[in-house]
Every structure is written in structure tokens, then in C-alpha cells.
Design a protein around this ligand. Structure first.
Ligand SMILES: C[S@@+](CC[C@H](N)C(=O)[O-])C[C@H]1O[C@@H](n2cnc3c(N)ncnc32)[C@H](O)[C@@H]1O
Length: 440
């Protein structure tokens, strides 16, 4: 399909491996160090199994490799959501965001390739980016999954305030959606959006309950569906030009007898069909997602400030409502969601509240200690009242394990070393070295 068109970059044929906490290094496949097994330390007494939720501290690629020795992927991954550093050239409080472009491209390609063998046939991959790299990332996704796997570019309205200093005030991110099986097949297993029951009203005291309405027309000219309708006010109406009535005259008459036709404007408007709750199909998602439906970056920050009022806020969190929509479309309860760039832990927190299984990976130990871990503990304890807690009726419960995978290259110092981390975890947790479970 690509007909010889390919994105190339320096060192594309090499592998990029994590070195220390923030760096990477290029390595050849013959590098002897690569053959050394990775060290994975577990902070739980319970073995990692095919039912575990997992918070892994380390580099995403290293963690995937280390986990290949366990049974966490036995059931297969139903959805991947990843919100990596966008390569904006900025430095955030919790992480740097300026990799040399060849490194960023290899970093993304290598993680997508490493995830691929674990994906189920009905899996989808959601990659969240901004304009810095999204056009190049699409080439990478095409290369890894095939052009035919492209499903959509979702535009998320991430802010509602205007930046008057910029040439354009960018207020959107892009989420690239790919499905291994391609959009046609994946469509059969993905979930539609639920139509808000609050949009149903009972304008005529129908004993069958509240209803929504839709035009009683269909596109195109069909002779059997061209006839005159007399409205209750006595006006004669015909289908608009280029359209037909929704059904033939006998069917229309039957619908009138069943009180399924509604004439707006006090009986003078064109007919509309009444649709009761059980007749409504879910909605096919649009590709533009507004902030009023799925929240903004600032909403996510406010949620984190409620959880951690004493701490400078995590710079780039995503709102739980955004993740709720993605996970609703892409997964069902019990299915496995993977995020290799955890940050404050939005994917895992939302997945947990929605009763999905999850694996999330964060490289920065301080971020894990400050945000990811305590946030997930609050989710388990049922004390996080924000985000989608009410929407999905979450009251607490469940468990997760914590592991650390030490990079093969470079050294770990300070809080990132497993000995220091172990002592930090011991003070962060009520019962150190156990599964972080709640009985709620
Ligand atoms: C944009 S933030 C993710 C924000 C997250 N979606 C949230 O809602 O909080 C990206 C995160 O990826 C982490 N990160 C960067 N490179 C990584 C790597 N190679 N492996 C694992 N995590 C990494 C950064 O430390 C940062 O916390």
C-alpha cells in the first residue's frame, strides 16, 4: 500500500534503550549487554499473575521485556492508550520534553512494536499527541500496524482559554486511533456512546414514557416514499427536495395509529418519529471531542489539586472523563488496558474505576511516589471523589501490584534506586511489601 513511501531518520535501524532515568542510548542488536536479563524487583508478596493490575516503575520497553517472563499478558491486551512526552521542546516540572527527533521517533516505534505481539485481534491503540510530532507519528503507526489499521484522528479540545501571545492559540490535541483488525471489523466489537437518557422528554404524556425524536425523512428520492402528509393543523407537507419520507404510506399510517409520529410547532411542523429508550441505538463517536463532553487539561489539574492540595500540580494530566470515553469505546469490564507513560496515573485510575484490568508504567520514581501511587491508593480506598467516580458509581476496592525494572544501561541514583525506593514505599504504604488491596 505505501508504494515505497517511507519516513526515514538517522539510526532508524538501531534500537533505542533506556539509560538511567531520563536518557536513552542507541544500541545494535549484537550489543552483548542486551542479552543480559533485566532485573525486575517486585514490591508485593503476591506473585504477578494473569489477573494482576500492575504499576511498573521503569522504562516502558524494559518493562514489557521483563514482563514477558510473567503471565500478565495471557489474556491479551484489549486497548493501549499512550500519552507520551510530545517533544514540545519544553521542560515540565516532572519531566523533560525535548528529545532529538530521531530518538523520539525510535522511542515511539520501538514501544509500539514491542506491544504488538500482546494485542488481541480486536485491540485498538490510542496515541495522544500534539502538533509537534503527530504527523510523523502517523507514519510510524502506519509502518507498525499497516495503513489499513488506521481508524481515526480524534481532535480533543484541551482548553477553553485563549493564549493571546501566540500566532494561533492551539486548543486541541490529536489522538491517533488504530485497530489491528482495521476499522470495518473493529467497528463490530467496539462500543457505541450511550445516548444520554436525559435527552429524552415526554412532551405528550405518552404512557410508554419519555422519548427522543428524529426527522421522519430519509436521504434520496424513493417514489414509494413521496406522498402528501396532512399535519394536525391542516397544512399539507411533502418531503424536502432530494429526500423521501422515512417509510411508505401504509407504514406511516400504522405509525400514526401507534402514536409514534410527533408534529412539532403545535401540530404545524413536519412529522418526526418518536423513539423510546429501548429503540435508541448508541451513538457512533464523532472525531471532534469538545471540552464540555470530555473535560480539559485544567479540569484534570483541578482534580489532582483536590487529591494533593499540598503539592505543585502535575503539569500535563489528562481528564478522567476523556479516558472514560476512550475506555468505554475500546474495552469491556475485565479486559486489559496498557499505558506505558503513566504520569499522574489517569489511565490506571479510570480503568480501575471502570472495572478494567490495567498495566501502567512510569519511568520517574518521584512522579510515582508523588502522584501515581498515592492516587491509585485513593482510588482503591474509595476516597477519590473526583473524576469519573460518580459517573461510574465507584466506591473503592480491588488491588494492584508494584514492580521496578532496572535499566540495563546507566545507573540509578537517589530515590530511583530500588533500596531507597523500598524504604520510601515502606513509609508511603500502611503495610509495606504487600498487595495494595482494599476490601471495600
Ligand atoms: C504526558 S505525561 C503522561 C500524563 C498522563 N497521561 C496523566 O494523565 O497524568 C508523560 C509521562 O511519561 C513519562 N515517561 C517519559 N518517558 C518514559 C519512558 N520511556 N517510560 C515510561 N515513562 C516515561 C514521563 O515521566 C511522564 O510522567
Amino acid at each position: 500500500m505505501n508504494q515505497g513511501v517511507e519516513l526515514t531518520w538517522p539510526n532508524k535501524d538501531l534500537s533505542l534503550r533506556a539509560s538511567g532515568v531520563t536518557s536513552y542510548r542507541w544500541v545494535t542488536e549484537s550489543d552483548a549487554t542486551l542479552r543480559r536479563p533485566l532485573t525486575m524487583e517486585t514490591f508485593s508478596t503476591v506473585p504477578i499473575g494473569s489477573n494482576s493490575n500492575l504499576l511498573a516503575i521503569g522504562d516502558g520497553l524494559d518493562v514489557l521485556e521483563a514482563l514477558s517472563e510473567t503471565s500478565v499478558f495471557t489474556e491479551g491486551v484489549r486497548a493501549v492508550y499512550m500519552d507520551p512526552p510530545f517533544n514540545t521542546g519544553k521542560t515540565f516540572n516532572q519531566y523533560g520534553d525535548s528529545l532529538a527527533r530521531p530518538m523520539w521517533l525510535s522511542m515511539m516505534r520501538d514501544r509500539l512494536l514491542a506491544l504488538k505481539p500482546y494485542l488481541r485481534d480486536d485491540a485498538s491503540v490510542w496515541l495522544h499527541l500534539d502538533d509537534s510530532e503527530v504527523h510523523r507519528a502517523r507514519f510510524i503507526m502506519d509502518e507498525v500496524f499497516g495503513e489499513d489499521a488506521f481508524v481515526a484522528s480524534v481532535i480533543w479540545q484541551k482548553r477553553t482559554t485563549r493564549d493571546s501571545r501566540a500566532a494561533f492559540s492551539s486548543n486541541h490535541d490529536t489522538i491517533l486511533v488504530y485497530a489491528l483488525s482495521g476499522p470495518r471489523k473493529w467497528k463490530l466489537s467496539r462500543n457505541l456512546l450511550t445516548k444520554e437518557e436525559t435527552t429524552l422528554r415526554n412532551r405528550d404524556d405518552d404512557p410508554r414514557g419519555p422519548w427522543a425524536d428524529a426527522p421522519f425523512t430519509a436521504p434520496g428520492f424513493r417514489k414509494a416514499q413521496q406522498y402528501e402528509i396532512v399535519t394536525p393543523s391542516g397544512d399539507i407537507v411533502r418531503p424536502p427536495r432530494g429526500r423521501s419520507w422515512y417509510a411508505t404510506k401504509p407504514t406511516y399510517q400504522q405509525l400514526v395509529e401507534e402514536d409514534r409520529i410527533w408534529f412539532p410547532k403545535g401540530g404545524a411542523g413536519s412529522p418526526r418519529i418518536k423513539l423510546f429508550a429501548h429503540q435508541l441505538r448508541g451513538l457512533v463517536p464523532f472525531t471532534v471531542w469538545g471540552s464540555s463532553d470530555v473535560g480539559t487539561n485544567d479540569d484534570a489539574k483541578r482534580h489532582l489539586l483536590e487529591l494533593f492540595p499540598e503539592r505543585p500540580v502535575f503539569d500535563t494530566p489528562k481528564p478522567e472523563v476523556l479516558l472514560e470515553r476512550i475506555l468505554h469505546i475500546a474495552t469491556n469490564p475485565g479486559e486489559l488496558v496498557v499505558d506505558l507513560f503513566a504520569g499522574s496515573g489517569t489511565t490506571a485510575a479510570t480503568a480501575h474505576k471502570m472495572r478494567r484490568r490495567w498495566i501502567t508504567v512510569e519511568r520517574n520514581t518521584q512522579t510515582v511516589l508523588d502522584f501515581t501511587l498515592p492516587r491509585l491508593q485513593q482510588v482503591l480506598a474509595g476516597t477519590d471523589r473526583g473524576g469519573v467516580t460518580n459517573q461510574v458509581s465507584w466506591v473503592g476496592g480491588g488491588s494492584f501490584e508494584v514492580v521496578q525494572v532496572v535499566p540495563r544501561y546507566g545507573t540509578l541514583t537517589g530515590v530511583h534506586r530500588s533500596k531507597a525506593l523500598r524504604s520510601k514505599l515502606a513509609t508511603a504504604l500502611p503495610r509495606p511489601n504487600t498487595t495494595f488491596a482494599s476490601t471495600a
